[in-house]
Every structure is written in structure tokens, then in C-alpha cells.
Design a protein around this ligand. Structure first.
Ligand code: GLN
Length: 491
């Protein structure tokens, strides 16, 4: 029987030739969620009945010979940071608990128009701030490979849902690594597009100059397919680029001739786990065997990326999250004495500790007297980081690196040590600061069976190149075909 553990291309073939139906596939996903999600915690809302009804309607249209969209009948899980008409959108925060948006995010509209079945909303760190999903107000997400370890974050629910076969495809958002890092922790493909490639309309803002929406899939082809659906020009997001969207899947089989892969060895810092180091070296060897040239590159300002990001992102967050005051938006405290007390109590009660920390950091960095020393300085460093990449891409086509310094980390191990948690973002955040597309693909396992991802970066709007390079590696390896033991149990 077809299950969501198969690739999206296989599932689409099976749907087209009648071996399965969208209703059966959707039911299989719902069964897996029912069997395993108490342990994993990937979903905050499962939209069972509407999803089954949507699947049945697509099956009927298929039978009637009507033309169907690119995702015809495939279940897709959506991170709870995206507005979904008729489905709750909480950002994993008590602040938005119970909110059902009256409108769809642009990407959600695109999914519906592509005839995807929207199966539910996935867990995340509160307002997308975090790296383990432990900052969710509703409990963490565990990687399906090891239930004592985090699925990563902040899009941990989307990554875990795909890894566990609860949905063949999922959507996440990435401000500093939140698609790529959970993809690595869960052994799936995750792609952060170029800033401006995908509309942010209806994406609840964390740091507006860094946020991007992107796909999760079990394989590269699925990521290419979902990106074709998500990417387009949307005038409702002023930063959304008016660039043609290539047919990403058409180029996948074509290997890149004379591929030049850049590696920045100086940036492989001391804290890099041995298994991750070996997996990245093995992946680079795969490219070498395929005839690629491997070049050492310099990214002189990369070591400032964590400091720079943790000024820029909290500054933007402190401004974006000002709207949750219990009046314009968000939960209002039941018990207060006057207007200012109402603001204080509402925000004090409904935001979690990490969100409060970011608001305070950002407010401080933007305050009079500190603005020049912190925020402005960080913006200047951001420009230098961008220029490093521009320079590097004059001599290489893609840059390869680890995604995270370690495989999935045990729950509870970093959550009370914010600085160590921030430092673990070292490989992912500079792509956001520079606006570049980045992808994480399965590249190995630690000795104790936790997946490890390889990160590839490309110049702006070169998602095709990124996907082609990833497909070259995928064809040579079997990592993406492994399934977590738990997911296999119920098939
Ligand atoms: N871990 C980073 C942070 O906490 C990135 C989060 C994200 O990409 N949304 O800010």
C-alpha cells in the first residue's frame, strides 16, 4: 500500500495510475499521526475531517478527468507560523492560542491551488525562536530517530512529520536555520530559498529581513516540486522578487559540469562533532569522485555571524512582536489594573522565556545611545558577511559545510544555556544574513544512529543549481532511503 514514506514522485505516479487514492494516502498519514504523534509531538493541530473531505473531492475530480494542480492529492503539513483560513495558527505561543485566521498566507493559497491536502499545523519553537522546538508552549518535538532527542528547530514539527511518514511534504520557515537544521536532525531534505523568492504574506513575522518560507521533503525531487509551488511573485510582500520561477525538477537529472565546490575550513570550528566532520568529508569525497573541483575558500567575517544575527534578529523581533499587546493582537490577561498593567500582564503571561529574552535583547540594541554601538554595527557586519559570499562565489558554484555542529541533541541539554544554543546556529545563520539559498540533505549517521545533514549554499536565485548539486549527491548515496525505526513499525 502507498504510504507517505514513499517519495512524492512515486506517490504522484501511483495517484495518476490509480494504484492509490488521495483519500487512502491521507488516511494513512492520519493513522501514522494517531499512532506516533503522542510520542513525537510533530503536530499542534490535525485537520482530519476537512483533509479527508478535500482528498475525496480531489479523487472525484481526478475520476471526472478534470485537470489537477502540481500536488494533486498529496498531503502537506504546514508550520504553525503560517496563517491558514479555518485552521488555528498559534506560532506555538499562548499569545495566539485559539486564533483562527480569516485568511490564508500566500503560500497556503498556492498549496490549495496546487490541490494539496492540508493535513494540519506543525509544532515549532514559539514565534520560531529556538533550535530544538523546546520553546514551544505546547511541548517539544522529538526526532523520530531517537525519542530522547530534539527534532531541531524551529520547524521541528514539519521535519519530524516528513521523517515519520505523517506527510510526504511539509512547509517550514527559516530565519537563521530553522528549515535546514531540523532537516539535518530528522534526516530529510530542507531548503531555505533566497530572500525574496517566496512571499512572506501571512507568515507571522519574526525577523522580517531574514525570514523565508521553504519546503521539506524526503528527497531532493520533492523539495524541487514543492518549491515550484511555493515560489512566485506576490505584490502583497514588497520584498518578494519579480523573478521567473524555473521548472526546478526539469534540471535535476542533469549533473553540473565542472562543478566547483567551496569549503571554508577555518569555519569548521573546534566544537564540531567527529561524526559530523566525517560525514561532511565523505560527502565532499562524493563530489570529488563525480569530478567536482574542491576549493578552499575564505569567509573572513563568518565568525561574527552569530553575534551579528543575535543583534539583528532580536531587534526586528522586538519591533514585530510589539503588536501583541492584548488589544491589537493576542491574548489579554484576565486580571489587570489600568492600561499599562494590562499590557504588562498580557505580555508577561502569554510569552515564553525565550521570546521575552529576545524582546529585551532587541529593545536594548535599538535603544537610544546603544543603537549605533549594537544595531548599526551589526548591520555593517552583515554587509561584510554578504561581501564575503559574493567574493567566494566568484570562484566556486556552491559552498559545502556542516548544517549544525552536532547531530540531534538530547532534549533538555541546551535549553537552559541560551548562549550555547545560539552558538550552535553558526553554520546556518550567515545564509540568512546574506539572503542566500541554502539546503540541507541527508549525508550520514552518527555511530548511535542519529542523522547528519550536509549544507549547500548557492548565490541568490540559484536554487536550481543547489537542487542539481544535491541531486548529484543523492544519486550516489543511500542515506535518504533510510527510515526511522518508529515510522516503519506501522506500515
Ligand atoms: N535558531 C535560530 C533562532 O533561534 C533560528 C531560528 C529560525 O530560523 N527561525 O533564532
Amino acid at each position: 500500500m502507498a504510504t507517505a514514506l514513499e517519495s512524492s514522485a512515486t506517490l504522484l505516479d501511483q495517484l495518476t495510475d490509480g494504484q492509490t487514492t488521495s483519500l487512502r494516502l491521507t488516511q494513512d498519514c492520519l493513522d501514522r499521526i494517531a499512532a506516533h504523534d503522542t510520542a513525537i509531538g510533530a503536530f499542534l493541530h490535525v485537520d482530519s475531517e476537512p483533509a479527508l473531505a478535500a482528498a475525496a473531492a480531489i479523487d472525484r475530480r481526478r475520476e471526472a478527468g478534470e485537470p489537477l494542480g502540481l500536488l494533486a492529492g498529496l498531503p502537506v503539513a504546514v508550520k504553525d507560523v503560517l496563517a491558514t483560513r479555518g485552521q488555528p495558527t498559534t506560532c506555538a505561543s499562548r499569545m495566539l492560542q485559539g486564533w483562527v485566521p480569516p485568511y490564508d498566507a500566500h503560500v497556503v493559497e498556492r498549496l490549495r491551488r496546487a490541490d494539496a491536502v492540508l493535513i494540519g499545523k506543525t509544532n515549532m519553537d514559539e514565534f520560531a525562536m529556538g533550535s530544538t522546538t523546546e520553546n514551544s508552549a505546547f511541548g517539544p518535538t522529538r526526532t523520530p530517530w531517537r525519542l530522547d532527542c530534539a527534532a531541531g528547530g524551529s520547524s521541528g514539527g514539519s521535519a519530524a512529520a516528513v521523517a515519520a511518514g505523517m506527510a510526504p511534504l511539509a512547509v517550514g520557515s527559516d530565519t537563521g536555520g530553522s528549515i535546514r537544521q531540523p532537516a539535518s536532525f530528522c534526516g530529510v531534505v530542507g531548503l531555505k530559498p533566497t530572500y525574496g523568492r517566496v512571499s512572506r504574506y501571512g507568515l507571522v513575522a519574526f525577523a522580517s529581513s531574514l525570514d523565508q518560507v521553504g519546503p521539506f521533503s524526503g528527497d531532493v525531487r520533492g523539495a524541487a516540486l514543492l518549491l515550484e509551488v511555493l515560489a512566485d511573485h506576490d505584490p502583497r510582500d514588497a520584498t518578494c522578487a519579480d523573478e521567473p520561477v524555473p521548472a526546478y525538477r526539469d534540471q535535476l537529472e542533469r549533473p553540473l559540469d565542472a562543478l566547483r565546490v567551496g569549503i571554508c575550513r577555518d569555519h569548521f570550528t573546534e566544537g564540531l562533532d567527529k561524526d559530523v566532520d566525517e560525514a561532511v568529508e565523505a560527502a565532499i569525497d562524493v563530489y570529488r569522485r563525480l569530478g567536482a573541483e574542491i576549493h578552499d575558500i575564505q569567509l573572513p567575517h563568518a565568525r561574527f555571524a552569530v553575534a551579528c544575527y543575535y543583534l539583528v534578529a532580536p531587534s526586528e523581533a522586538s519591533s514585530n512582536l510589539a503588536r501583541y499587546d492584548g488589544v491589537h493582537y493576542g491574548a489579554r490577561s484576565d486580571d489587570y489594573d489600568g492600561l499599562v498593567d494590562m499590557y504588562c500582564r498580557s505580555r508577561g503571561e502569554a510569552f515564553g522565556a525565550e521570546v521575552k529574552r529576545r524582546i529585551m535583547l532587541g529593545t536594548y540594541a535599538l535603544s537610544a545611545g546603544y543603537y549605533d554601538a549594537f544595531y548599526l554595527k551589526a548591520q555593517k557586519v552583515r554587509r561584510l558577511i554578504q561581501q564575503d559570499y559574493q567574493q567566494a562565489f566568484t570562484s566556486v558554484d556552491v559552498i559545502a559545510s556542516p548544517v549544525a555542529p552536532t547531530p540531534a541533541i538530547p532534549l533538555g541539554s541546551l535549553v537552559s544555556d541560551p548562549l550555547q544554543m545560539y552558538l550552535a546556529d553558526t553554520y546556518t545563520i550567515s545564509a540568512n544574513l546574506a539572503g542566500l539559498p541554502g539546503l540541507s540533505l541527508p549525508a550520514g549517521f552518527s555511530d548511535d544512529g542519529r542523522p547528519i545533514g550536509l549544507q549547500l549554499l548557492a548565490p541568490p536565485f540559484q536554487e536550481s543549481r543547489l537542487l542539481q548539486a544535491a541531486a548529484m549527491h543523492e544519486r550516489e548515496t543511500q542515506w535518504h532511503l533510510r527510515r526511522p525505526p518508529l515510522a516503519e513499525d506501522s506500515s
